[in-house]
Design a binder for this molecule. Structure first.
Ligand code: ATP
Length: 338
């Protein structure tokens, strides 16, 4: 069994380990889960990711509860003697409640790479936060990350039936992954920008104050603007600026917050977008760390703006599963290759 140390990073190490364990069939124990965080151990969102990925590969799990700093994950509980790792990953579906506003897109992140090991389609129905803090808002997942992996051969589809904001959550979304073969992920040049779309969403009671329109006000003039007011269990808002380039994509997301003007929410995302366009990275910082497991599995090269701690710690987990990802400085950018 692979013994992993989760102490140097956050929940992303849990998600990466789950995906790779399901893909390789290699069981693992993770110790010191989120040890340096103010609330160490597994949180509801991580337990939901474990439950979801366990369902797709028939895994036996141990120590999975909120606050636990050590857990085990063993794919293929019922595996027969003459079966191989590929037989572990089964099709079907699972319904999981993340609870309150725990992030649904982060649970999807853990499941998405497992498509490369599937024999039959698998659907995960999740309930929780669709637009939660410290996580990709739903429109980032749907309009930035998912298209990138789809363009590289991953067959998956997502639908949203209800938004869920902090603190109540209650959002509902479903991800279906199909058996897929990934192509090498080569994202080293952006090329010219082909489109820019601002997705601005707010809970319906905020329409009176035109929150979604005001978030989108600072968007560049050439951006298409999509404003949405959604029914949800509590108020909340999100803004995502999604850029599509000749060879790549990038997204810049902000959540609305009490005491912060909607215009400032939009401005923060626009500033991040402008800084990105001033540099030479091919993908935004968050996408770089989220694509790493795909680069490890399929090979390829990504040009990112810098080595974030998310990238560094994620690479250590990939290495534990036998994947080799190198990081090389190249002028003002870094090249991640496998
Ligand atoms: N604004 C954003 N846009 C896109 N992705 C984001 C954004 N904010 C965070 N993310 C992504 O969310 C993930 C957060 O991972 P991280 O390990 O920090 O979170 P976690 O599972 O909530 O655990 P922890 O609380 O331990 O940090 C990362 O993959 C990061 O790229």
């Amino acid at each position: 069994m692979n013994i992993l140390d989760g102490g140097e990073g956050g929940g992303q190490l849990v998600r990466t380990a789950l995906a790779l364990s399901a893909v390789t069939g290699e069981p693992f124990r993770m110790r010191h889960v989120r040890r340096a965080r103010a609330n160490p151990g597994l949180q509801a969102q991580h337990c939901a990711a474990i439950e979801t990925v366990a369902a797709v590969c028939n895994a036996e799990t141990g120590g999975v509860e909120v606050g636990s700093e050590s857990f085990t994950f063993e794919p293929g509980e019922d595996i027969g003697e003459d079966e191989t790792a590929e037989d572990l990953v089964v099709g079907g579906s699972v319904s999981v409640e993340v609870g309150t506003a725990g992030s649904v897109p982060l649970v999807f992140d853990a499941l998405l790479p497992v498509a490369v090991a599937l024999e039959e389609p698998f659907t995960a129905r999740l309930e929780g936060g669709t637009d939660a803090k410290w996580a990709p808002p739903f429109d980032y997942f749907r309009h930035v990350k998912l298209p990138v992996v789809q363009e590289h051969g991953l067959d998956a589809d997502v639908t949203l039936s209800r938004r869920g904001f902090y603190p109540r959550g209650g959002g509902k979304a479903e991800l279906t992954i199909e058996p897929s073969t990934l192509e090498s992920i080569d994202l080293t040049e952006r090329g010219d920008r082909e489109s820019l779309t601002a997705y601005s969403v707010a809970e319906e009671s905020m329409a009176e104050d035109e929150v979604a329109e005001r978030q989108a006000e600072p968007a560049p003039e050439d951006a298409d603007v999509e404003v949405e007011y959604a029914e949800a269990d509590c108020s909340g808002s999100a803004f995502v600026l999604a850029a599509e380039y000749e060879h790549s994509r990038a997204g810049f997301a902000e959540l609305g917050e009490m005491g912060v003007d909607p215009e400032t929410v939009g401005e923060n995302a626009v500033e991040a977008f402008e800084a990105f366009e001033d540099g030479d990275a091919a993908v935004d910082e968050e996408l770089a760390d989220q694509l790493l497991p795909f680069v490890a599995i399929a090979g390829g090269e990504i040009r990112a703006s810098e080595v974030t701690t998310h990238l560094e710690t994620n690479i250590t987990i990939l290495e534990e599963f036998g994947y080799d990802v190198s990081v090389e400085s190249d002028g003002d950018t870094v090249l991640l290759s496998a």
